[in-house]
Ligand binder design. Structure first.
Ligand code: SF4
Length: 336
């Protein structure tokens, strides 16, 4: 049976109408699910018993559970078991401005980025909306406090699960559910150009990040196979279209790999590629894993200064979580 957390507010209204009940129950049920955090439909007190019985015939509440938590300084990693026995992970980071959670959007990933541990296992399936929403709800319950920021950057390519990811955003942003502000939500793609264009018309002001990692096609083809399907020109055109439609600044992520993409030549190419764009670059120190042969660059400061000289906004991502394999690209690729 499917989880009620798969339904957006609008879906819930339509559901109540479809069972000849009242649309306003959607508001009431949202309050029980996301504010009161009810554990059983039987605890709902302001919807008639017959209606609740009907809901119980069609829906369950929770369909995932936390099976392990690892903690390091400023970071917790959560392992979830799904109802079909699959596992995914999410990472919670404590910042001075609040807490942010990096959630997974698929079991496995088909994008095959060479530096990514998370994508070593092929995609098994998309996550349901509820399986993404519940990563947040269960971690908030474990923490006993609210999460302020959400990034969809864990296992999976969110634009390869577009419908569910956009429904997930609609739910967590809704003022009667978690009310996580759009500007506190970031979605990261490896560059599925047609979906970037489609996302330009998604009417929520969420942030978009592109996992760039290489400034030319030759190198990007080597480390990110998706580039063969959507070469840089196509991706950059899609991003320009996205910017023209939304006026929202784009973040570029660039993982720093020793002797691969970290020389002055690549820094210059990057500056040329991004010239004139309203964007900023996030340089990510690579987290070495036992299974993949890339090394962390020790040229990050020099690279960063090259970009600054050319007027590019650039930050270096704070490193955390590598001890418990919770850092970027290190989430579990294997079955447990
Ligand atoms: S970096 Fe993201 S898109 Fe690329 S393989 Fe890893 S999980 Fe998939």
């Amino acid at each position: 049976m499917t989880s009620i957390y798969n339904l957006t507010r609008e879906d819930l209204e339509n559901y109540f109408l479809s069972i000849n009940s009242k649309k306003f129950h959607a508001d009431q049920l949202f309050d029980w699910l996301y504010v009161k955090r009810v554990k059983s439909f039987d605890d709902v007190t302001n919807i008639k018993k017959e209606v609740l019985e009907e809901i119980k015939k069609n829906y369950i509440l929770n369909n995932i559970k936390i099976v392990n938590v690892e903690k390091d300084k400023d970071v917790n990693k959560y392992l979830f078991e799904l109802s079909d026995g699959e596992h995914i992970e999410a990472v919670l980071m404590f910042h001075d401005y609040g807490t942010s959670i990096c959630i997974s959007s698929q079991v496995g990933c088909n994008m095959g980025c060479k530096f990514c541990e998370s994508g070593r296992r092929k995609k098994v399936r998309n996550l349901e909306v509820s399986e993404m929403v519940l990563q947040i709800l269960l971690i908030e319950e474990e923490l006993g406090s609210r999460i302020s920021h959400v990034v969809v950057m864990g296992i999976g390519e969110p634009f390869d699960n577009y419908e569910n990811v956009t429904d997930f955003i609609k739910i967590i942003n809704h003022p009667k559910s978690l009310a996580i502000g759009s500007r506190h939500i970031t979605l990261s793609t490896c560059g599925i150009a047609p979906k970037i264009r489609e996302f330009a018309h998604f009417p929520y002001q969420v942030n978009l990040a592109l996992s760039l990692h290489a400034p030319n096609d030759e190198l990007r083809n080597k480390i990110m196979p998706i580039n063969k399907a959507y070469p840089l020109k196509e991706v950059m055109d899609a991003l320009k279209y996205y910017y023209d439609e939304t006026n929202r600044r784009i973040t570029f992520e660039y993982i720093m790999l020793e002797n691969i993409n970290d020389s002055a030549k690549e820094a210059q190419e990057l500056c040329s590629l991004l010239k004139g764009m309203n964007c900023y670059i996030n340089l990510i120190p690579y987290n070495e894993t036992n299974n993949i042969d890339f090394k962390k660059s020790n040229n990050i400061d020099v690279f960063k200064n090259e970009l600054i000289k050319k007027g590019i906004n650039v930050t270096v991502r704070r490193e955390f979580g590598s001890k418990i394999s919770a850092a970027c690209g290190q989430l579990r690729s294997k079955e447990v």
